[in-house]
Design a protein around this ligand. Structure first.
Ligand code: AMP
Ligand code: GLY
Length: 423
């Protein structure tokens, strides 16, 4: 089986690496890939949202399974176009992908499916949004409706913060088109949990739960990012909790989408808040989480290609549930100083040859330059991950190795998964 992974991040590197271990895969291509994936799979210079050329390539290379990594590929309609050519694709159609690309769509779906989520309103005029926020004393979260790379979410704790956030989106248009419509929702308190599931459009198989660390700084300080690290399994994510989340969040979403005519084939990711009142859905994503994939995929014992292919073909019939190692995994992101805001790139990356075996290095913002070697090319540069007997051991292994990675401005969060060690 020839496989095409679409995307260029550490998540896609982890997907390609995992597919290489499958008994079914013969060759793995990655479009466009990055400076690290070329040594593993074959990098193809086609952007993740270039539908026409991706389809042309997949047909020419007789690809048997396409795996969509980033939301941009889903939103561009790569899934629709591949399926129209009869090429099995793991990743939903564009219309179903609106569960991620439009927060208003997602909230409406949750309401209709009876999925527990924060109370909310959808606005395009600032005064109405402000009134809604004032009624909650400004304890609200203001979200750009469209895609904003994880940055279009402003958490507010008083009226002044809420006013600024609403003005930034609806008056100053600081978030461009993505923020012309906003969702304002009730601020929820609790611990977050990422639960992903693989769906064939009818059934869903839960992946191992993970916890992502979204703020840039130690102790959850600083701005929201796409994710600075993750670990699996979090001690508070009991099998009963996972079962409940599957039943009240994932399954109703897939059923509601199917009822609306959208057969969801791919990963559905529920970002959950574990509140004192129970599980609440913060958001859905139409893809694997990044960096969640980098700690969850290494724990998967079921053949990854078999399960993704069956989901892509719309029938997970032969798989009762996914199998996991009982070992734990920790993934820590090495980022460029300034991320998630502006940062410099083009710095040589040293020390990768000194990473001990057993620590996985998944590349994201790296590029191979002839004569210079590997250089930085993005905000999230690498994810280092390890699998070990406990979260603590996996964490120690990653943190011991991460000090060896050197480039100007490199930073990481030293407290990823620390909570699990303390617990
Ligand atoms: P989202 O992209 O909607 O998941 O939001 C990104 C992050 O903002 C989440 O991971 C939470 O940390 C935070 N967040 C979003 N919605 C809420 C909410 N209703 N209450 C508290 N925090 C939230
Ligand atoms: N780590 C959060 C996300 O992938 O959206």
């Amino acid at each position: 089986m020839r496989i095409l992974v679409v995307g260029s991040g550490a998540r896609e590197h982890a997907l390609a690496w995992k597919c290489m271990q499958s008994a079914i895969s013969s060759r793995v291509f990655i479009a466009p890939g990055n400076g690290g994936t070329g040594g593993l799979a074959k990098n193809i210079r086609i952007p993740a949202d270039d539908v026409v050329n991706l389809v042309k390539f997949a047909k020419h290379e007789k690809i048997g399974l396409v795996i969509l990594g980033p939301e941009s590929a889903v939103a561009a309609g790569v899934g629709d176009a591949m399926r129209a050519e009869g090429i099995p694709t793991f990743g939903p159609d564009r219309a179903a992908g609106r569960i991620e690309s439009s927060k208003a769509f997602a909230k409406d779906l949750m309401r209709r499916a009876g999925i527990p989520t924060a109370d909310f309103g959808v606005f395009s005029e600032a005064p109405a949004a402000q009134k809604w926020a004032d009624e909650r004393d400004g304890r609200v979260v203001v979200k750009a409706d469209g895609l904003a790379l994880g940055k279009g979410v402003l958490v507010c704790r008083d009226r002044e913060q809420a006013r600024k956030a609403i003005d930034a989106m609806l008056v100053e248009h600081s978030f461009g088109r993505a923020g012309h419509t906003i969702v304002v929702e009730e601020l929820l308190e609790g611990r977050e949990l990422s639960l992903m599931a693989i769906s064939d459009g009818k059934r869903a198989l839960a992946l191992a739960p993970a916890r992502d660390f979204k703020r840039a700084g130690e102790g959850d300080s600083g701005p929201l990012t796409g994710g600075m690290g993750a670990y699996s399994p979090p001690p508070d994510a009991t099998p009963e909790l996972v079962e409940e989340a599957l039943r009240i969040a994932i399954e109703p979403a897939i059923k509601r989408l199917a009822g609306d005519g959208f057969e969801y084939r791919g990963v559905l990711y529920a970002g959950l808040m574990l509140t004192e009142q129970g599980v609440r859905v913060l958001e859905f994503n139409a893809r694997f989480g990044d960096p969640e994939a980098q700690c969850v995929l290494p724990r998967l014992a079921t053949d990854p290609v078999r399960v993704m292919l069956e989901a892509a073909k719309g029938d997970l019939g032969s798989i009762e549930r996914l199998e996991w190692t009982d070992r734990a995994a920790v993934a820590v992101v090495v980022a460029s100083r300034g991320y998630p805001d502006s940062y410099e790139t083009g710095f040589a990356i040293d020390g990768l040859s000194h990473i001990p075996p057993g620590v996985l290095v998944f590349h994201a913002g790296t590029r191979y330059v002839a004569g210079r070697g590997l250089v930085t090319s993005g905000g999230r540069v690498l994810t280092l991950a390890a699998v070990a007997g406990s979260v603590g051991e996996a964490r120690d292994a990653v943190l011991a190795a991460i000090g060896r990675v050197r480039f100007p401005g490199a930073f990481h969060r030293p407290d990823i998964a620390q909570e699990a060690v303390r617990a």
